[in-house]
Design a protein around this ligand. Structure first.
Ligand code: ZN
Length: 227
């Protein structure tokens, strides 16, 4: 799980956990602590770290305001929102900024334009990632896999016996590795329609990092789900 380390002279005895404005984990450590000691301490306290992330990200997940300067996520990166009045609605991202051109630059309209853009991007990204991940999945060779997206509140993806995979549109805010991880999970369901040991054996082969990816998604999920 990615995190930033900060040293503060006034912290003397143990680690403190904080969140940055995008819901990322910040580990505040005493000045004399080495990176190795910090990593080891975190590894020993993974349960606590996960609990901290789940609780604080839920608190952190207030609705988006769609005002200039606000951070919006796309493929794991945070972009600062800039709005422009224009004749046609349009969205573009460049280095650190997400530009929204909107006929009426008020938060409600900006929200609609941005959500349409996310839906469009999700369609393109999910299809490309499905093709990429499927290449490593022999049992998709003879099967037709259909992809759909929907904005969902509780699930990141699901899969029907008929080969229809539904992914949560909000997932396009997560890093590609996390998107691939959800796709790998659903592709394993084509072979094993359950969560038995056989299922996890398949998943382990396809995506050895699934546990770490799942922990990331659990901890940052509430931030991705903001609308
Ligand atoms: Zn499942």
């Amino acid at each position: 799980m990615p995190y930033t380390i900060m040293h503060r002279p006034r912290i003397t005895r143990r680690l403190h956990l904080e969140l940055d404005e995008n819901g990322g984990l910040v580990v505040v450590a005493p000045v004399h602590w080495s990176k190795r000691l910090i990593t080891e301490t975190l590894a020993h306290n993974m349960n606590r770290v996960e609990k901290f992330l789940a609780v604080s990200n839920n608190r952190h997940s207030k609705p988006l305001q769609y005002r200039a300067g606000e951070k919006h996520l796309y493929l794991g990166r945070a972009y600062r929102l800039v709005t422009h009045a224009a004749r046609q609605n349009r969205v573009a991202v460049d280095d650190g900024t997400i530009h929204v051109w909107v006929t009426t630059p008020v938060p409600g309209k900006t929200r609609t334009v941005l959500q349409n853009w996310y839906r469009h991007e999700a369609g393109v990204v999910f299809q490309a990632r499905l093709e990429e991940v499927s290449r490593r999945v022999p049992w998709t060779d003879t099967r037709r896999v259909l992809l759909q997206q929907r904005r969902m509140k509780r699930t990141w993806g699901n899969c029907s016996a008929g080969g229809l995979i539904k992914l949560n549109t909000h997932l396009v805010k997560a890093p590609v590795e996390i998107i691939d991880s959800v796709i790998a999970h659903e592709l394993c369901h084509l072979e094993e329609m359950n969560h038995t040991a056989a299922f996890y054996n398949l998943l382990e082969q396809l995506n050895p990092n699934w546990k770490r990816n799942r922990a990331c998604l659990r901890s940052k999920g509430a931030v991705y789900l903001r609308t």
